[in-house]
Write a protein that binds this ligand. Structure first.
Ligand code: BG6
Length: 447
């Protein structure tokens, strides 16, 4: 069982669920633009309707209430609440205020993510994260939101998965805006993104009484296959290695060290000495604002062992190993044991799992229900590991991804992570078996 004050929640993100992409003064976001090129998305779909949460938000809250969660993590679409002249758009703000009012009616706490990847297109047009003013725009946006939500929201997450923003959006270019950065640009953009985080935290602290603040990266932990201490140490070091797999924009320490420890890793200065962006002491202090939690999105891990010379080697997944209906999602429950353990060991902050979930090829059965035993199995296995580590270090909460099936970015509508099934033909919402299982777990307070 978890502690009595453990937060069980569910997560969503604006572009993935809201629809109504041009209502009430909303401007285009980079995802509105990116999805116009049909080849960018596996099934050519887009976020124009999806779960229709802009209209059906009261139904969303009823589903959360019946599920029994104490917390709902959703994100704000920057392009809904700030217009092209950088002024507040009251109608957009009202949508989120009404959502919060509804949540409060049922005693569900809002956890608000400020940036879950949907930058206003007009900001991308003036350089996006390469524009040195971007952190001031983000600070202004934070100021507008926190003032408008005064009395409704006290828990904020600045940025979701910086890794995906940079690696998928600007290196592989499979996510919006699909603009490739060279290394020099990448480092500058990462620094600007971290400044967005830092400046935003300062504003939240100023405007919100009793606030809690965090930052939500993602990671894929190395899982030791034995109890060998040396193997554990090597897995830990590998997890934090700056340029693991030659993918520094996708790794942990480049973002989390500056935020939680106040500086980039040593390797960063060595590796990039000729192309470093301008980094001042003031910048680093700004980025290193005190935060309350490490939020982290964990889905899967990779097994490792040692060879005869004590070198770390990746273990292949055994044939027939359970995996989700998306190429990167192998079922590795120990992810929720080792991931938090590594994070706590280095950063010493309480941890909240901001996303964890399973992608399945769900179908409506002949009885009209959605039977998803694989997802039930996934949730149970992962929560057993989380319970185990919560006896060793402070784990404050768990948000299942996602409340609904939704627009899974470049995978479109085909990939389903929800506890609630969306029938995209008619907009019907059907609770899956896993919805009832998670409800039971919440009632019991654990597995
Ligand atoms: C996380 C994101 O990467 O994983 C979510 O924060 C996303 O927004 C989820 O939906 C599932 O990943 P994918 O690749 O299916 O979109």
């Amino acid at each position: 069982m978890f502690n009595i004050d453990f937060i069980f929640g569910a997560s969503t993100a604006s572009y993935q669920i809201e629809g109504s992409i041009d209502k009430d003064g909303k401007t285009s976001s980079i995802w509105d633009t990116f999805t116009k090129t049909k080849e960018n998305i596996l099934d050519g779909s887009d976020g124009s309707i999806v779960c229709d949460s802009y209209i059906k938000y009261k139904d969303d809250v009823k589903l959360l209430h019946e599920l029994g969660v104490k917390a709902y993590r959703f994100s704000i679409a920057w392009s809904r609440v700030i217009d092209k002249n950088n002024n507040p758009n009251q109608k957009g703000l009202d949508y989120y205020i009404n959502l919060c009012k509804e949540l409060r009616k049922y005693n569900i706490k809002p956890y608000v993510t400020l940036y879950h990847w949907d930058m206003p297109q007009w900001l991308e047009d003036i350089g996006g994260f390469l524009n040195d003013e971007i952190s001031n725009y983000f600070m202004h946006y934070t100021d507008v939101v926190t003032k408008a939500f005064d009395g409704y929201v006290s828990d904020y997450i600045t940025i979701n998965e910086p890794q995906c923003i940079m690696f998928l959006g600007h290196r592989l270019c499979v996510h919006a805006p699909g603009v490739k950065y060279n290394d020099k640009e990448m480092l500058k953009a990462i620094h600007n993104l971290l400044l967005c985080h830092g400046k935003s935290v300062k504003i939240i602290r100023k405007n919100v009484k009793n606030s809690t603040v965090g930052f939500a990266p993602c990671s894929r932990p190395m899982i030791p296959t034995t109890n060998d201490q040396l193997l554990y140490k090597k897995c830990y070091e590998e997890y934090y290695k700056l340029d693991r797999d030659n993918e520094y924009p996708n790794n942990v320490s480049i973002y989390s060290d500056p935020v939680f420890l106040g500086d980039y890793p040593k390797e960063y200065y060595e590796k990039f000495k000729d192309i470093l962006p301008k980094i001042t002491k003031e910048d680093l202090e700004l980025i290193n604002q005190p935060v309350d939690y490490i939020y982290q999105n964990f889905y899967s891990g990779t097994f490792y062992s040692l060879d005869k010379d004590n070198n770390l080697v990746k273990e292949p997944f055994p044939f027939g190993y359970p995996e989700g209906n998306i190429d990167w999602l192998q079922v590795v429950p120990q992810t929720l044991y080792y991931g938090p353990k590594y994070l706590y060991e280095r950063y010493k902050k309480p941890i909240i799992i901001s996303e964890n979930g399973f992608c399945n090829n769900d179908v409506i059965s002949l009885d009209g229900k959605i039977h998803d035993p694989e997802r039930i199995d996934y949730i149970n296995r992962y929560l057993i590991e989380l319970e185990k580590i919560s006896k060793e270090i402070p784990i404050k909460g768990y948000f299942y991804w996602s409340l609904f099936d939704n627009f899974e970015w470049n995978s479109g509508l085909k990939k389903r992570f929800g506890l609630v099934y969306i029938d995209y033909k008619n907009g019907n919402r059907i609770k899956k078996d896993s919805y009832f299982e998670y409800k039971k777990i919440i009632e019991k307070g654990g597995i």
